[in-house]
Write a protein that binds this ligand. Structure first.
Ligand SMILES: [Zn+2]
Length: 585
């Protein structure tokens, strides 16, 4: 990774700042510490070195540079992580050739199909007689032509094969259109997924069309009001936030976002000039948790404004909880003179602005609700506090903020602080550790070991000379580690370049921090490194021994005497070697 563009991005961003955008980090001497987001732990073993611009977890062995962190945390491929960080750093990217071509090709193909469908539906809406009623409907709802064009709103004709024909005319393979989610099939054949509906394209963070949300035009009371694209390779429902592509600059500028319930609310607010607004597609709330990571990288300040009916308020609570766990600062906007944001902003943009300004902290809002709804039944009220409010206090990451609310809850509802704290503790103990991560991998012992040895080789020349004779690339599983070890063994061909890689820096950091912890006692560290090497070797020998046992059995069964001798000889030889390493432990 010696690309000047990558270096430029790295130079402009600080690894600690980038990571602090995702998880709470604490300064510890010249580096930073955090609870590792990639494995479950109670004491922080995740370290960040601003000097080396790398991070490493001493618990699970994961580590790398800013690109590696964003890829892993956000579960993105390199290309998307690069785009995000380039954007953050203000670096213009030259057109970039992706490394894993086939997968990238499929993604791009599916995006093109969705983009084609969006343009097709949009044309129908604005130019075709079949779109006339839908266009009228949208204009009646107050959308301008500019807005309709910007958001590429469209109309899917009430025809089972309209889009299908258009795709075929473009020589698109219908199997691909099924993968893209716009065509579907049953035993009788293929047909258009969206029919007789107003189509709202759903965009990803970068503005690519990844799917649709389609609203019925003539409500017959039988069909669903909205149907959405299915989950596909390009459309991850729980991670896609409606409108974020249009809102991101404004969110960054204002350091604040407003989340509304409905897509129409979102579009309508944008049209009125409030551009830091996003919506989370309504259905996702019922299905699963929403991952707000993509918005979190822009700001940690959220204001929630949901419909004032019961369903809206329930969704608001659930969303607030999810955001709290994802480390956001949350306020609630209450609507008093309208049923939803769309209605309010149409009455007057000033009223909307005022409502946003008067927002209250999410937890205060919760306590207000407890006071208002259970004023007549103090016992029921305590149940509510215990079941609904205290778990939220437990989810607050900042201890000072938590303290503030514990105190507030205690005084407001006449409960002792001790009881509240005990309840928080009890609830925390009864809960499985919860990470907002997809990949909660088990600590990877062998990766840690391999990295430690590599770090030792890079930091101490004497370590290299000591183990060089018995060091073989095949003993290492991680391909990146292998590559570096190989170049060390080959004697410095291209080694200088590799020494600057993030892996080299990370492993050096590992070994250097161990040396710090040992107060600079190199003799002790050397012994540890010897042990690490012995463990690696023993592991490799064990594996070979198992292989040999199987081969010996086969040779016995086939009565192959020469082969049997050969195998037994190797077995005896490596068993002797294994003992030599075991003595070192
Ligand atoms: Zn870890």
């Amino acid at each position: 990774m010696n690309d000047p563009v990558l270096q430029d991005i790295k130079d402009r961003l600080n690894v600690a700042d980038v990571i602090a955008g995702y998880i709470p980090v604490k300064k510890a001497g010249s580096s930073f510490k955090a609870l590792c987001p990639f494995h479950s732990e109670k004491t922080p073993s995740f370290q960040i070195s601003p000097q080396k611009q790398i991070w490493h977890c001493f618990g699970c062995g994961e580590g790398g540079d800013i690109f590696g962190f964003v890829m892993k945390y956000e579960n993105l491929d390199f290309k998307d992580a690069l785009k995000i960080l380039a954007d953050k750093a203000g670096v213009q990217l030259p057109s970039y050739r992706p490394e894993n071509k086939p997968q990238q090709d499929e993604k791009e193909l599916l995006l093109r199909i969705n983009d084609f469908a969006a343009r097709y539906y949009h044309e129908i809406l604005i130019k075709d007689s079949r779109g006339k009623a839908a266009l009228e409907y949208l204009k009646n709802r107050g959308l301008t032509e500019g807005t309709i064009k910007l958001w590429q709103i469209g109309f899917a004709p009430d025809d089972f094969h309209a889009l299908e024909r258009a795709l075929l005319a473009k020589k698109v393979n219908l199997q691909d259109a099924i993968k893209a989610g716009v065509i579907t099939k049953n035993e009788r054949g293929m047909y258009d997924r969206f029919r007789g509906r107003v189509t709202f394209p759903i965009y990803d963070y970068f503005g690519n069309t990844v799917g649709f949300s389609a609203r019925i035009l003539n409500d017959d009371g039988k069909s669903a009001k909205y149907i959405n694209s299915p989950e596909t390779v390009i459309y991850n429902k729980s991670r896609t936030l409606f409108g974020l592509n249009f809102a991101k600059d404004s969110i960054r500028k204002k350091d604040e976002m407003v989340i509304v319930e409905g897509q129409m609310d979102c579009i309508s607010l944008h049209q009125a000039g409030f551009k830091n607004v996003i919506a989370s597609s309504g259905t996702a709330y019922n299905e699963s948790a929403v991952d707000f990571t993509s918005a979190r990288r822009l700001s940690s300040n959220v204001k929630l404004c949901f419909d004032s009916d019961l369903a809206g308020q329930t969704a608001l609570k659930k969303t607030g909880e999810m955001l709290l766990k994802q480390n956001f600062k949350i306020k609630v906007v209450t609507l008093t003179s309208a049923k939803d944001p769309d209605e309010l902003v149409k009455k007057s943009p000033g009223l909307w602005e005022k409502a946003v300004q008067e927002s209250v902290w999410f937890l205060d809002w919760q306590m207000d609700a407890a006071e208002k709804n259970f004023a007549k039944d103090p016992v029921e009220q305590k149940h509510y506090l215990s079941e609904q409010v205290i778990p939220l206090l437990g989810a607050i990451a900042d201890p000072l903020e938590q303290d503030h609310y514990v105190h507030k809850l205690a005084t407001r509802f006449l409960i002792s602080e001790k009881t509240i704290l005990e309840q928080i503790k009890k609830q925390a103990a009864g809960k499985k550790p919860e990470l907002n991560q997809v990949n909660q991998n088990i600590p990877n012992g062998s990766l840690l070991l391999e990295k430690e040895i590599l770090g030792g080789l890079l930091v101490f020349p004497e370590y290299l000379s000591e183990i060089k004779d018995r060091l073989t690339v095949e003993d290492f599983e991680n391909t990146e580690v292998r590559e570096l070890i190989n170049s060390i063994l080959l004697g410095n061909t291209g080694f200088l370049e590799l020494k600057n890689s993030s892996l080299a820096k990370e492993t050096q950091f590992m070994v250097e921090s161990q040396l710090d912890e040992l107060l600079g006692n190199q003799t002790v560290l050397m012994k540890d490194l010897q042990k690490a090497f012995a463990i690696l070797k023993i592991g490799a020998i064990k594996k070979r021994q198992q292989q040999l046992q199987n081969e010996i059995k086969n040779a016995e069964n086939s009565n192959n005497k020469a082969r049997l001798d050969e195998l037994s000889k190797e077995f005896a030889q490596i068993s002797g070697e294994r003992i030599k390493f075991e003595v070192l432990l």
